[in-house]
Design a binder for this molecule. Structure first.
Ligand SMILES: Nc1nc2c(ncn2[C@@H]2O[C@H](COP(=O)(O)OP(=O)(O)OP(=O)(O)O)[C@@H](O)[C@H]2O)c(=O)[nH]1
Ligand SMILES: [Zn+2]
Length: 205
């Protein structure tokens, strides 16, 4: 097996070693935050809030329980020698920043040039979802998506561009509501061949 895929497997194993608190502990923590705001967590409108927030967080952070390597494992080899760029554009995602746990809302463009096999296109969007549904910084998420596709599919090259608005910058702190952050990770021929890189950038920006 590709050593990079083995490293991803090890990272997955160490994630599952982390001791997770139970639901009751998370609900108690939310209750503490509610009290800290100055609110009464026992008033009618707030009584079910700790349970709701816990369910919402379960969804926001469901990516820890999912395996991007497994998602990409099934490939198709009957492609008649197709060796041009494959680009899935404008994949909308919601994530949360690891500094403030505030939403990161944006779109990803994911491209690769195959090397004898392709993957089902929905799987590219699924890989974006898995990494988005973890605590993130955008640079890391961009690299994780590109690295995983590169390691599992072993294509000629991979390109990932992400454009996203960070609510920790738009709704608090420095308050810049119109700013967004653009990051990219280019591997293989997307990094080495200026024309390939240009072709992809032209489709995404
Ligand atoms: N590079 C990078 N920075 C991020 C991302 N998301 C949030 N940040 C930044 O993380 C930084 C955390 O800075 P700190 O000084 O520790 O936190 P803070 O006092 O809340 O900072 P302010 O947001 O400037 O108020 C901020 O500058 C955020 O804008 C990201 O995806 N990538
Ligand atoms: Zn933040």
């Amino acid at each position: 097996m590709n050593p990079n895929v083995q490293a991803l497997d090890r990272a997955r194993a160490s994630l599952s070693d982390i001791q997770k608190p139970g639901r009751a502990e998370v609900e108690a923590a939310v209750r503490t935050i509610i009290r800290w705001t100055g609110e009464d967590p026992d008033r009618d409108g707030l009584r079910e809030t700790p349970a709701r927030v816990t369910r919402a967080f379960e969804e926001f952070f469901s990516g820890y329980g999912q395996d991007p390597v497994e998602i990409l494992r099934k490939t198709f080899e009957e492609i008649e020698g197709y060796d041009e760029m494959i680009v899935l554009r404008g994949i909308r995602f919601e994530s949360h920043c690891e500094h403030h746990m505030a939403p990161i809302v944006g779109q990803a463009w994911v491209a690769y040039i195959p090397n004898g096999r392709v993957v089902g296109i929905s799987k590219l969007a699924r890989v974006v979802n898995v990494y988005a549904r973890r605590l993130q910084i955008q640079e890391k998420m961009t690299a994780q998506i590109a690295n995983t596709i590169n390691d599992v599919l072993e294509p000629q090259g991979v390109g990932v561009i992400i454009k996203a608005s960070h609510h920790c910058m738009t709704t608090r702190g420095v308050h810049k509501p119109d700013s967004d952050l653009v990051t990219s990770r280019m591997l293989g021929c997307f990094r080495d061949n200026a024309l390939t890189r240009q072709e992809f950038l032209g489709m995404a920006t």
